[in-house]
Design a protein around this ligand. Structure first.
Ligand code: 5GP
Length: 193
């Protein structure tokens, strides 16, 4: 098991409905030393890519992306989930269905922060059905920029997102891939990587 898998086993809580709660170290309270290891690992896995921007989505992606960015020395842009009164000018918009909240959101990035010459690494906390990620990919592509890679902290491998995104030809790196989990027994099985 890698450092993240060990932490999931130690502190993750498996909920009914295939939801993994990791709010003691990732989604609410944040373990910054762990985030730093995550950032280092992303840097290693995307070492051959020329990345000049990281894109993530609010809220949980932001902390992870910011610590990772210290290893890439690039700015972080985060997609906003609703239209804020502070957003001015042209917007890039994609519609995303939320797995955890079971609703549809628009995700929005101001056009001025994504340019055709940008080589983007997309970072997020979870990958389940891939809706969030497909929205972010759509935003990058609508800016004329390129998706150089996708870094995910926890992929739920038994849901379809990972397969769909890899089939589209993207380099998708998930630091832990859950093959199955059992809320009654409290057990998690990881995919060998
Ligand atoms: P997707 O769009 O891939 O179906 O879901 C991705 C988003 O849903 C992630 O950004 C994450 O916020 C949330 N999510 C999906 N599954 C889980 C889960 O099991 N646990 C937690 N904490 N968040 C999840």
């Amino acid at each position: 098991m890698n450092f993240l898998e060990e932490r999931i086993v130690k502190d993750g809580i498996i909920k009914e409905g295939n939801v993994l709660k990791v709010d003691s170290f990732l989604n609410h309270q944040m373990d910054i030393d762990l985030f730093n290891e995550i950032g280092q690992e992303f840097k290693k896995r995307f070492a051959n890519k020329e990345i000049n921007k990281i894109l993530t989505i609010e809220a949980s992606g932001i902390g992870i992306a910011c610590i990772a960015a210290q290893h890439f020395h690039v700015p972080v842009v985060f997609a906003k989930k609703s239209k804020s009164i502070n957003l001015e000018g042209e917007m890039l918009v994609a519609e995303v269905e939320s797995f955890t909240h079971k609703c549809k959101n628009n995700v929005i990035v101001a056009k001025k922060f994504l340019n055709p010459e940008d080589k983007v690494l997309i970072i997020d906390d979870f990958l389940a059905n891939g809706c969030a990620l497909q929205g972010l990919i759509q935003i990058v592509q609508s800016a004329g920029a390129s998706v150089e890679g996708i870094g995910i902290v926890i992929e739920k491998g038994f849901q379809s997102g990972g397969r769909i995104i890899r089939n589209l030809g993207f380099q998708l790196e998930s630091l832990a891939i859950i093959e199955s989990m059992d809320d009654k027994a409290g057990t998690v099985v990881f995919r060998e990587q």
